[in-house]
Design a protein around this ligand. Structure first.
Ligand code: HEM
Length: 181
């Protein structure tokens, strides 16, 4: 492990997990555990308890929470926190990083590749969640009940759940490589 510079040397607000990450990164890191647990519970409820309305409500709340989190996260990453500065102490990041560092070096190192892998799950999963929610709202009766649309919803719903799981796992790996190692 490398010794992190004192927190005051990073722009943005420091997190609460005692790593080099910013507060938004820590919030998202923890939120993903909650999202996965609640999503698993929601799928359990619909599959084994036939709690269709509860499943709908939980998924709509999860979708809204995710939308707000992604928006706040983007604002933080684009304007407030320069995550690269927080990652410089990692042995897996470009050691001599400056804002003039070529993109190839930044994205070619282990941290950069892990972020690309994470984004390759996060971006399609985000679109998939919007699709699954919009289609479910359009095709299921109110209150929700099994319907001819069920077969397709189960397929896309499982894919959306898998995407969210992979987004979380790859996000945690990126967090570790960039801000803990
Ligand atoms: C991204 C959001 C959602 C995800 C990931 C999701 C995921 C799932 C999954 C995986 C199943 C199948 C469970 C099994 O294996 O039996 C399921 C079933 C179901 N979902 Fe969703 N769902 C979402 C949103 C919604 C919404 C918004 C509604 C209602 C408008 C809804 C209504 C239902 C119903 C009625 C079933 C039962 C289908 C049946 O057994 O015939 N879902 N969902």
């Amino acid at each position: 492990m490398n010794t992190a510079p004192p927190p005051a040397s990073f722009p943005g607000i420091d997190g609460f997990l005692g790593t080099r990450a910013s507060i938004m990164l820590d919030v998202v890191f923890v939120a993903m555990f909650v999202v996965l647990a609640v999503m698993a519970w929601s799928i359990y409820l619909v599959r084994y308890r036939q709690e269709y309305l509860l499943h709908k409500r939980i998924q709509l709340i999860l979708g809204t929470v995710l939308l707000i989190t992604v928006a706040a996260f983007e604002v933080d990453m684009q304007w407030l926190t320069e995550w690269e500065l927080r990652a410089v102490a990692s042995p897996y990041f470009v050691q001599d990083y400056s804002s003039a560092t070529p993109a190839a070096a930044k994205w070619g190192c282990t941290v950069g590749r892990s972020l690309l892998l994470h984004l390759s799950f996060a971006v399609p999963t985000f679109a998939l969640w919007v699709f699954v929610i919009v289609q479910a709202l359009r095709h299921f009766p109110r209150p929700p009940q099994p319907a001819p649309y069920s077969r397709r919803h189960k397929l896309w719903g499982r894919l959306a759940a898998f995407g969210m799981t992979m987004t979380s796992l790859t996000g945690w790996v990126f967090y570790y490589l960039a801000f803990v190692a």
